[in-house]
Ligand binder design. Structure first.
Ligand SMILES: Cc1cc2nc3c(=O)[nH]c(=O)nc-3n(C[C@H](O)[C@H](O)[C@H](O)COP(=O)(O)OP(=O)(O)OC[C@H]3O[C@@H](n4cnc5c(N)ncnc54)[C@H](O)[C@@H]3O)c2cc1C
Length: 339
């Protein structure tokens, strides 16, 4: 337990792309931010789930890899000297009698701030794990729930389980570098984007990928965390042994608001309900932006979160600097410290 006490203008819960941009927007209005994330790195979903995937709908970037976007957002936030508290979850949020809020993390860090921005994405997220006996012995060694670096699988025999976009996209991508790619799905039809599903069938027809359908995961073989084979079973219980080095189960993410659900904020279907004009939640002084924020017409896109960051920062300014006039200024007029 660190037990450190920090004071700042704004506490931002979540260092995903939207939380990072909120540092910039708050900084432009002269407000210093503390940013807390449960992950040990910046970037939220972009860094944890798809760092090497190109994103095509970030304005001004016709194509940018998710990890590169995170780097650029961190660079854009840097002149405002945010304090990052990583690898710790915000567990408690309480209003202070004198105004403002007190946050407490799983490591015992305490942060007091005039306003809070919840940029917690989908909350605490984790993979849906297949119910296979002893799978934990292989996790992180030869069973992975996400691909951080495609190169890690070069020359390896890979079994992918799942029928959605992740399973199909990674099968197509790894077919270019892996020694062998097998895809197990309990149905013959894949739920992925039609173009990707069609490409998968083409690669299967050419022998570049083997489709193992309709089969489900049944068991794992191997020692000391190193897989030697995956056992699959069809609906009649007939089993097949697939020799492999790696298993990638892609059964989606389980999403859980975690402690945020206990803070008394009005929720709407596991999201924080906000006023779309300000991004303020039902608790004055607490704002929500990005994937976690819900209002009519909400689009869960990074670009929506960026706009919400600007709205929240402007709405927070009078709370942090009461009595000071806020003059709306373009960044071209105002400039950025040190740039
Ligand atoms: C495969 C894939 C492809 C995508 N492609 C696109 C695309 O092309 N374009 C697009 O616009 N969007 C895309 N998205 C969606 C995009 O990634 C999200 O909209 C975006 O990440 C939301 O950003 P965020 O900052 O709101 O939340 P997140 O990125 O989810 O980050 C939230 C952070 O908050 C942290 N957190 C949560 N609760 C706590 C807590 N209590 N204490 C401390 N930390 C906490 C989490 O650890 C996480 O790091 C894609 C998503 C996926 C999965």
């Amino acid at each position: 337990m660190s037990g450190e006490l920090h004071r700042g203008d704004v506490a931002i819960i979540g260092a995903g792309p939207v939380g990072l941009f909120a540092v910039f927007e708050c900084g432009m209005l002269g407000m210093r931010a503390h940013v807390i994330d449960a992950l040990d790195m910046l970037g939220g979903q972009c860094a944890a789930l798809y760092p090497e995937k190109p994103i095509y709908d970030i304005p001004g970037h016709p194509r940018i890899d998710a990890a590169a976007l995170v780097d650029k957002l961190a660079e854009q936030a840097a002149p405002f000297h945010p304090t990052y508290h990583l690898a710790q979850q915000v567990e408690r949020l309480a209003a202070l009698p004198q105004g403002g809020f007190r946050l407490e993390t799983s490591l015992g860090t305490v942060i007091e701030a005039r306003a809070v921005i919840v940029a917690a994405g989908v909350g605490a997220f984790g993979p849906n794990r297949p119910p296979l006996a002893g799978i934990e012995r292989f996790e992180g060694k030869s069973v992975f729930y996400l691909v951080k670096r495609r190169e890690d699988f070069r020359g390896k025999r890979v079994v992918i389980a799942g029928g959605g976009d992740s399973a199909v996209d990674w099968a197509l991508s790894l077919a270019e570098v892996s020694a062998q790619v097998m895809v197990i799905h309990r149905r013959a039809k894949f739920r992925a984007a039609p173009e990707s599903a069609a490409r998968l069938q083409q690669l299967a027809a050419s022998g570049a990928i083997e489709l193992v359908t309709p089969f489900q995961l049944h068991g794992l073989e191997g020692e000391d965390g190193a897989l030697t084979a995956v056992i699959v079973a069809d609906l009649a219980g007939k089993t097949r042994r697939l020799p492999t080095d790696v298993l990638l189960p892609f059964f989606g993410l389980s999403m859980n608001l975690g402690p945020i659900a206990e803070w008394g904020l009005a929720l709407e279907r596991h999201h924080v309900a906000v006023d779309p004009a300000t991004s303020q939640s039902s608790l004055p002084g607490v704002f929500a932006i990005g994937d976690i924020a819900q209002y009519p017409g909400k689009l869960k896109l990074i670009l929506s979160g960026f706009a919400e960051s600007a709205l929240a920062a402007h709405a927070i300014f009078p709370l942090v600097r009461p009595g000071e006039a806020l003059h709306f200024e373009y960044s071209t007029t105002k400039g950025v410290p040190g740039r």
